[in-house]
Design a protein around this ligand. Sequence first.
Ligand code: NAI
Length: 319
Amino acid sequence: ADDSLRFDGRVVLVTGAGSGLGREYALEFGKRGASVVVNDLGGDMKGGGKGSAAADKVVEEIKAMGGKAVANYDSVENGESVVKTALDAYGRIDVVINNAGILRDRSFPRISDDDWDIIQRVHLRGSFSVSRAAWPHMKKNNYGRFILTTSSSGLYGNFGQANYSAAKMGLVGMGNTMAIEGKKNNILTNTIAPMASSRMTKSVMPPPVFEALSPTYVVPLVVYLCHESCEENGGLFEVAGGWMSKLRLERTQGALVRTKDGPLPAESVRDSWEKICDFTDATYPVAGPENTMLLMQKLEELKAEGEQNSDNSEKGLTS
Ligand code: NAI
């Protein structure tokens, strides 16, 4: 039996598909039977200019392989019009790969309001706008897959990229909640932090690294995450050069600095600092209610401790 991951009858929208990673995603989904919406504004790396040539070229490439594709030249800031191209051409939308992006690198104090805003608009608001427009159509079909594109610059920080880091970490947050809200309708969201050679990384990667990190090595993870057989949801992945891994948050056991009825001065925080920050026996926090329960448990410990203390003092008094 053919167990390859096919997308026949599926409509896949890739934003920023005119070059780099987006182009590779679009070509691969086209090969795998999907009808592909190739969105690209066709501007430069800093968000200047626009044009239809970049998207058109990729559409032609997909068609030349015998695939199905249509172009859209709108900015991802106009999510409704981007998604409308999918609906007009194919009547549905199944997969959205939020990939479009630009850079406005500046050291922190030199970031202008404009450098800040355009980065948030394209990466964060753009992914929101396109995904929100697609959501109701996915809900109707009880099937949807979203990919959000974050970056190691967001996860770990990177000199000169505070605006970009903020937008990229914003996507992680948005994805966490999209995963929770979409689950019951089989709308699954996962976030990737890729590294790949593209016009965006040409000037920052040493040539040997640039050559080793073909964007085609990122594509297979995205294809799998978007397939109907994949149930992964709310995941965060690093992917580069054929290596891929999953990330999660880690939390120390922490310290209950407060005593039952006592004060909580800053000096107690200072005195417990080592314990607060000690990752021995770290745990892996999860969403919502379970987190609140854990906190309540911690506070129960305090209550018990208080009772124990008063027991002791009573004993002390009576003996
Ligand atoms: P790229 O510059 O080759 O591709 C980005 C594409 O998005 C371009 O074709 C551009 O025209 C398009 N675009 C820009 N603004 C747009 C808008 N408003 N609406 C529609 N299209 C727009 O860059 P690359 O490297 O392929 O990046 C793809 C994504 O991966 C970006 O979100 C980037 O931040 C992210 N990323 C890339 C890394 C890498 O190592 N290449 C590292 C971490 C994240």
